[in-house]
Design a protein around this ligand. Structure first.
Ligand code: SF4
Length: 326
């Protein structure tokens, strides 16, 4: 049972994230903490992480957004949910605040982009069906195995619920991409597992997916409750080299560049066979790609790159050796 502590948040709320890919966009977290409890969730490494059994709900989020939009001379083009929580957490109180906040934005003509591993319920589908051209969804999914999913993302939607969420969203005209993140090497990225997952995603209407590998930030490795579950699944995490990510993203321990390269190449080949274009997350793989993975939804038409993402040909061997283990 998760305790929900209600708080009023202070303005301003429509402020951009510090994450490079989201820097241009205001990002909204309606909670601090997250009920979905993914074992790898990096927020567990923060000193003020509220714990797995407690979240803070910012109950006045929609009200603040409404006031700020009314005051602003130039409205943001798009708002992203959520950089360190999930707008569709399995708590009705959280979903009420998310729904109302998204409604305020969409009714003001502001695009809503979100990434979720939760259940996108009927109320949300009805809302998005009114303005599908303003809504951009990403659904996080790395496995179709219920038992594995329950182990790594204990309170998230089951794989079949996520697939039916994708089908409901595409059914009302929303643009949906999949996010295979974080892949766990040797666990969720085996050929068999990926082939099954990609063909199910294609059947649900997915044509684009972004991917990235599990990484452990130093603070996570020192205090996260989920670490034990990860080391139980993936026994060689201690040997992963420390890698620096894109400027502004810090770094963490992760499989080496050369290993990621060959695994991404396999994934892209399998994606092509299934009819899904796969991009690697640039923030965590700057040595492998210079093109973004569309975490915040597709760029406006006039800013879209004409080429598909291809892995960069050059690999810096210094990165493979790891930079200053922490
Ligand atoms: S859904 Fe995202 S924010 Fe929530 S626990 Fe999982 S990784 Fe963390």
């Amino acid at each position: 049972m998760v305790e929900i502590v209600r708080r009023k948040r202070k303005p301003p709320i429509l402020t951009p994230s510090t994450i490079p890919c989201l820097r241009q966009l205001p990002t909204i977290n309606v909670t601090w903490g997250c009920t979905l409890g993914c074992v790898y969730c990096y927020i567990q490494g923060y000193a003020n992480y509220p714990g797995r059994d407690r979240i803070v709900l910012y109950e006045n989020t929609a009200e603040l957004v409404r006031e700020e939009l009314a005051r602003k001379r130039k409205k943001p083009r798009r708002v992203y949910f959520s950089s360190s929580s999930d707008a569709f957490q399995n708590a009705p109180e959280v979903q009420d605040v998310s729904l109302e906040t998204m409604r305020v934005l969409l009714e003001a003509g502001v695009e809503v982009a979100f990434l979720t591993k939760g259940i996108v319920g009927e109320r949300f589908i009805e809302l998005f069906a009114r303005t599908p051209h303003l809504t951009f969804a990403q659904v996080g999914i790395t496995t179709l195995q219920d038992s594995l999913s329950a182990k790594i993302e204990p309170n998230a939607a089951s794989p079949s619920q996520r697939l039916s969420g994708i089908a409901s969203l595409t059914g009302v005209g929303v643009s949906v991409a999949a996010r295979l993140d974080p892949l766990i090497p040797g666990v969720t990225d085996t050929t068999e597992s990926l082939v099954t997952l990609l063909s199910a995603l294609r059947r649900a209407g997915i044509g684009d997916a972004a991917a990235s590998y599990l990484f452990l930030r130093p603070q996570f490795a020192s205090r996260a409750p989920g670490l034990e579950a990860i080391t139980g699944l993936c026994r060689n995490v201690d040997a992963w080299p420390y890698q620096r990510f894109l400027d502004g993203c810090g770094g963490g321990r992760m499989i080496s560049t050369s290993e990621r390269r060959s695994r991404f190449e396999l994934l892209q080949t399998l994606g092509k066979e299934a009819g899904i274009a796969i991009s690697a997350c640039r923030c965590k793989n700057p040595e492998l790609t210079s093109v973004g993975c569309g975490i915040a939804g597709p760029p406006p038409r006039n800013e879209r790159a004409s080429e598909e993402q291809a892995l960069l040909p050059f690999v810096d061997p210094a990165r493979d050796q790891g930079i200053a283990r922490k």
